[in-house]
Design a protein around this ligand. Structure first.
Ligand code: HDE
Length: 697
């Protein structure tokens, strides 16, 4: 932006701007003190409505540098979207350490209790393009850039603690398989197609993460209600050079919460931007999302005793084996000022670590250490992307690297090399405080080898599946049926069922039945069949849900004549319980309630379906209910709320609408005047209702 446009306080001349030549009348709102509109080179612009023409109806002149600059800049407004994780949203915030890890690391960010480190977090889906929707079934990226006093530390993780593949060399294949098929350009943002399952059916190491991907973790209710995982093992290095392995975890204060599949599908049409809007609204309202930061710490000796290899990213370290220690918190409290400058241009690097932290030998991580830096060269266009404000460290940084596209700094002096004696202020190494790699002892035969300890692909998949509640197991089986039903090639479906039989015999059979197979295919061939491991309840979602309305939304459907006192009582009860309350009415202008007062609506019924809420109340007069009885949106509002297992509060009018919608009330449908009962029911989903509304595998 030009100096003039940011700094000039000279008000522009409103009278002149309202008449722009012979035919181009425009209406500029009066008032305010606007900076002067200029070109990028600071030249004031007199007319931003009309290009320069040879005569009023004649050709446009090449001489019009103002037109050319404006159009040319516009022509180059886009940069390549991320190859993966293209669709995302982010926010600023801070990290606060609550417990020192000084025994294990010399990193200041992990040893200085109480210090607030600024950060930027970007959440994303993986497979879809930047313009895809927020709510497909997909893994969520959870990338955090901490601007520490010792340099930027990026934890570039996901909301699932394991990954599909063990070796970085398979990543391009995995992504090519899951992204839209290259000949047809679809499907967008979804794994339910032949190429993905072709790849997975031939890559058994992917089966564990597939279990997670088919669970409700991949259809979260809100980004504020997902966990984050660093996935790989890293190392912490203390003052004496000792190493301890570490896994990083983010745990949402609001607990885990997911949608149900039918709801996720319908959310795609209700609001493409459901998750980013939710994050934006929460932060704008001062309800700052918060996560606990926790670590799992273990020694080499402990790792050697695990019944799996922690360097294999398709495996997790169960919490029951190595408990989580909460050592800090992250709060997101500021929305970016500009989506492009910050959320789009932010560049995360697993290589961004600080003294006291180091990598492990995880071969997936090792490949990532190359990829992220490399991709920015084409995405951000040159080697100076670290100077973009969102990427620049907030601590001083200096070296002898110079020049390149878009160099924004003006380095001074003649010394651009090291060692040097000509400049007293030239940056020098810091042997003590500087970054040092762990002095690992490496030996063995070089080769393109997959370690024997990486060979078990089914034990943790089985442990994950068997650790789930009945409801969650049914959701996993049903989403596998849904996805594989979209796979057209029959033998791929059969191979997939073969793998599922290895995970758990009953799961394979349920999915085969759901696919209508008349014969059970053979179990996948394997040299390492699954071992039974102890159940890990920490792997559930339902077990980690919080019975709360905090951070949730309640919708109240009203029409003219609705009981004003009842609406007010419900609103108060839900607000007191921490929920956001929104009024939905046939017209956005609102409805005249029983007390004669007009209650403004937050949303018009047709555009505000019940998928947008965690619980709903239907408060209608007899006439109001009658008027809505032929309204498709009202019928859908009720049916979907019921079908998505939500609590519903009703009065007599609400009951009439339920009847019209063919919904038979159950324990989750409560009398609206019993606000306590409604709030209790609204704090959870009505899982017991599910068999009455859909057939699950
Ligand atoms: Fe990424 N990944 N990744 N990834 N990844 C990218 O970097 C890559 C992997 C993750 O909000 C890209 O700037 C390789 C695991 C997140 O900007 C790219 C491999 C995990 C984000 C890339 C992996 C992730 C990315 C695309 C296997 C979880 C979005 C654009 C060796 C621990 C960050 C970019 C944001 C983005 C490469 C595997 C998480 C191409 C080669 C495992 C959250 O560099």
């Amino acid at each position: 932006m030009s100096k003039r446009s940011t700094q000039s306080t000279k008000p522009h001349d409103t009278t002149e701007a309202t008449t722009t030549g012979h035919g181009g009348e425009i209406h500029q709102p009066a008032g305010g003190s606007h900076p002067e509109l200029t070109t990028n080179h600071g030249v004031p612009i007199s007319d931003n409505q009309n290009s320069l023409k040879a005569n009023p109806r004649g050709p446009t002149l090449l001489e019009d540098f103002i037109l050319r600059e404006k159009i040319s800049h516009f022509d180059h407004e886009r940069i390549p979207e991320r190859i993966v994780h293209a669709r995302g949203t982010g926010a600023h915030g801070y990290f606060e350490l609550t417990k020192s890890l000084a025994l294990y690391t010399r990193a200041k960010v992990l040893t200085e209790v109480g210090v607030k480190t600024p950060l930027f977090t970007r959440f994303s889906t993986v497979a879809g393009g930047a313009g895809s929707v927020d709510t497909p079934r997909d893994v969520r990226g959870f990338a955090v850039k901490l601007y520490t006093t010792e340099g930027n530390w990026d934890i570039v993780g996901n909301n699932i603690p394991v990954f599909f593949i063990q070796d970085a060399i398979k990543f391009p294949d995995l992504i090519h398989a899951v992204k839209m098929e290259p000949d047809r350009g679809f499907p967008q943002a979804g794994s339910a197609h032949d190429t993905f399952y072709d790849f997975v059916s031939l890559t058994p190491e992917a089966i564990h993460m597939l279990m997670w991907a088919m669970s409700d973790r991949t259809i979260p209710r809100s980004l504020r209600m997902i966990e984050g995982f660093g996935v790989h093992s890293f190392r912490l290095i203390n003052d004496t050079g000792e190493s301890t392995f570490v896994k990083f975890h983010w745990r949402p204060k609001l607990g885990l919460q997911s949608t149900v599949w039918d709801e996720a599908v319908k959310l795609q049409s209700a609001d493409n931007d459901f998750h980013r809007r939710d994050l934006f609204e929460a932060i704008s309202a001062g309800n700052f999302p918060e996560w606990e930061f926790a670590v799992q710490l273990f020694t080499q000796e402990e790792a050697d005793a695990f019944p799996f290899d922690h360097l294999d990213a398709t495996k997790l370290v169960p919490e029951e084996l190595v408990p989580l220690q909460v050592i800090g918190r992250m709060v997101l409290d500021r929305w970016p000022d500009n989506f492009f400058a910050e959320t789009e241009q932010v560049a995360f690097f697993p290589t961004n670590i600080v003294p006291g932290i180091d990598f492990s030998n995880d071969p997936l991580l090792q490949g990532r250490l190359f990829s992220y830096q490399d991709t920015q060269l084409s995405r951000l266009g040159g080697p100076n992307f670290h100077q973009i404000p969102i990427n620049a460290p907030k601590c001083p940084f200096a070296n002898q690297q110079r020049d390149g596209h878009m160099q924004m700094q003006v380095p001074k002096g003649r010394v651009a090399y090291e060692p040097s004696s000509l400049a007293a202020d030239s940056p020098r190494e810091s042997p003590k405080a500087g970054f040092r790699s762990f002095a690992a002892d490496e030996s063995g035969a070089k080769g393109r080898i997959r370690a024997e300890s990486f060979a078990d692909h089914y034990s943790q998949a089985r442990q994950f599946f068997r650790s789930q509640t009945d409801t969650e197991q049914a959701h996993i089986a049903s989403s596998l049926v849904f996805e594989l039903s979209k796979v057209e090639t029959e033998y791929i479906r059969e191979l997939m069922v073969g793998h599922l039989l290895r995970v758990d015999d009953s799961l394979g059979k349920r999915v085969a039945d759901g696919l209508g197979m008349d014969k059970l295919p053979p179990a996948a061939e394997t040299t390492v069949p699954a071992e039974d491991r102890p159940n890990s309840p920490a792997l559930q979602i339902i077990g980690k849900m919080k019975p709360t309305l905090e951070g949730r939304a309640v919708g109240i459907l009203v029409n003219h004549g609705s009981d004003a006192a009842l609406v007010a009582a419900l609103k108060k009860a839900a607000t007191d319980a921490g929920a956001t309350v929104k009024i939905v009415a046939p017209k956005v202008g609102g409805a005249k309630l029983s007390d004669g007062a007009l209650l403004k609506a937050h949303g018009q019924l047709a555009g505000t379906p019940s998928m947008l809420f965690d619980a709903v109340a239907i408060i209608l007069s007899e006439a109001g209910a009658k008027a809505l009885s032929t309204e498709g949106a009202a019928i859908d509002f009720v049916r979907n709320a019921f079908g998505h297992l939500k609590a519903i509060a009703i009065d007599a009018g609400g009951q009439a609408l339920l009847k019209t919608a063919g919904v038979k009330p159950d324990a989750g449908v409560v009398a609206a005047h019993d606000t306590t009962k409604f709030i209790d029911a609204a704090k959870t989903r009505q899982w017991a209702r599910e068999p009455s509304v859909r057939t699950l595998a």
